[in-house]
Design a binder for this molecule. Structure first.
Ligand code: ATP
Length: 427
């Protein structure tokens, strides 16, 4: 049977992946794990999310499904942070005999949950229509993610990566984590580019160790189970209660829809959009840099590189009107939050200078608005300024936010076949 779980945690503690790791260990008393457990990231713009809008799914072969259901529901009930307003757990179960008849609809629901906005009623209606067993707590919003995770398990053909998650012992939850930072840098050096986003070399930050009070000690992301394990084994830290490798849709760009015009763009959705820079980026209070992008129909949208994207803002600030770009990112409140940009073409940049006098060689003076230039001494004149070509300081190609600002779903350039990425940036 497949078990999907979502929305058990709060900002004060817990993590749905921890509950999955705990259940996988406990369920070995009931049966055998049949597939890699899933850590699915859903629409990153959903406001109800605690952190990264994750849900999980487990697939086990068991003799007594009712006993498993009871055990899972009792663990979700006791571990969930039900006192928190925004914690509304949902658990969905798909039995072996139901797979074929629900596969397609749950697969489509999974895709929708990653790209679109779904109501709780929609999820409840689908579970009822498909005749699935499910449990909800409080308003039951977690049913959306739990059904989506089941849909992902039933339709395994999507682009995927892996994350090795190590969990802390319960008696130290909430205290500061003890991880040898040097060992994290060493593990990254050894396994990058098969693992990524463990450290941010440019900003000198460890990214794989969270600071929140949840049970995660560290998480290593990578292309294969062997590379994330190799990296995790090199990390020196406090003792680990348990660990688990999840198959995930992290780092795949699964949230992005192709938009052929700005008019089709909706808030709370994420897009790949081609256009022309209409105005140079303005940097507003807080250090956020925003430029205007225009599509071929003349419609425009604000595109932002927010302060947490650090050095990426330099790229955005170097764009000039007329540059051709493809932007990748989520739209919230009418602004596209740029995760990645492909600069297709750059315009030439010129500085205007007063022309030289052909007689004396000195720079002419302006003869007044719209009246060209004149050399007072020699009486010579010119209509146009001299144009000096400037270095752009920006080349066409792909640029991305640094690891410390990466969205879980965003595909790092190091995974892309179509971009030329320096293999070891900053290393
Ligand atoms: P963590 O990353 O720590 O596990 P979280 O960020 O995953 O926490 P949740 O507590 O799971 O956040 O809250 C997200 C809620 O939004 C869940 O109830 C989930 O079912 C719901 N949800 C997920 N995707 C969508 C969607 N596309 N439309 C509407 N609701 C969604």
């Amino acid at each position: 049977m497949i078990i999907g779980i979502d929305d058990t945690d709060s900002r004060e503690g817990m993590c749905t992946t921890y509950l999955a790791a705990l259940l996988i260990d406990e369920l070995s008393a009931f049966g055998t794990l049949l597939a890699d457990p899933l850590l699915i990231r859903l629409n990153p713009t959903i406001p109800h999310k605690t952190r990264g809008n994750a849900s999980v799914a487990i697939c086990i072969d068991c003799a007594d499904p009712q006993a498993v259901i009871e055990h899972v529901v009792s663990r979700v009930s006791s571990f969930s942070r039900l006192e928190c307003d925004t914690t509304n757990p949902g658990v969905a179960f798909v039995m072996d005999g139901e797979y074929e008849q629900v596969k397609q609809e749950l697969g489509a629901f999974f895709r929708r949950a990653v790209t679109d906005v779904i109501s709780i009623d929609d999820a409840k209606d689908l579970a009822a229509k498909l005749g699935l067993e499910f449990r909800t707590f409080k308003n039951g919003r977690g049913l959306i993610g739990s059904l989506a995770a089941c849909g992902a398990m039933l339709n395994p053909g999507w682009d995927h990566t892996y994350e090795y998650l190590a969990y802390r012992k319960q008696d130290v939850w909430g205290s500061s984590r003890s991880v040898d930072i040097g060992s994290v840098y060493g593990a990254d050096r050894k396994t990058y580019p098969n693992t990524w986003d463990s450290v941010d070399f440019v900003n000198d930050l460890v990214v794989c160790v969270p600071h929140s009070p949840d049970p995660v000690l560290f998480g290593i992301r990578g292309n294969s189970k062997s590379s994330v394990s190799e990296s995790a084994e090199l990390i020196i830290s406090e003792s680990v209660e348990r660990s688990r490798i999840f198959k995930t849709n992290q780092g795949t760009d699964m949230h992005l829809l192709s938009a052929s015009s700005i008019s089709e763009i909706e808030g709370m959705h994420s897009y790949i959009l081609e256009g022309t820079v209409q105005s140079k980026a303005e940097t507003i209070r807080g250090g956020h840099s925003i430029f205007v992008l225009e599509d071929t129909f003349g419609d425009t949208i604000d595109c932002a590189a927010f302060e947490p994207t650090k050095n990426f803002r330099e790229i955005i600030r170097n764009l000039l009107p007329g540059d051709g770009v493809v932007v990748y990112g989520s739209v919230m409140d009418g602004t596209l939050n740029v995760e990645k940009i492909n600069i297709l073409s750059i315009v030439e940049d010129f500085e205007k200078r007063n022309p030289e006098c052909p007689s004396c060689g000195k720079r002419m003076k302006s003869a007044g608005a719209g009246q060209g230039y004149r050399c007072k001494k020699c009486g010579t004149s010119a209509t146009d300024p001299e144009l000096i070509k400037l270095e752009r300081g920006l080349k066409p190609g792909f640029y991305e936010v640094p690891p410390c600002a990466r969205r879980h779903l965003a595909k790092p350039l190091v995974r892309s076949e179509d971009s030329e990425v320096p293999l070891f940036p900053g290393r």
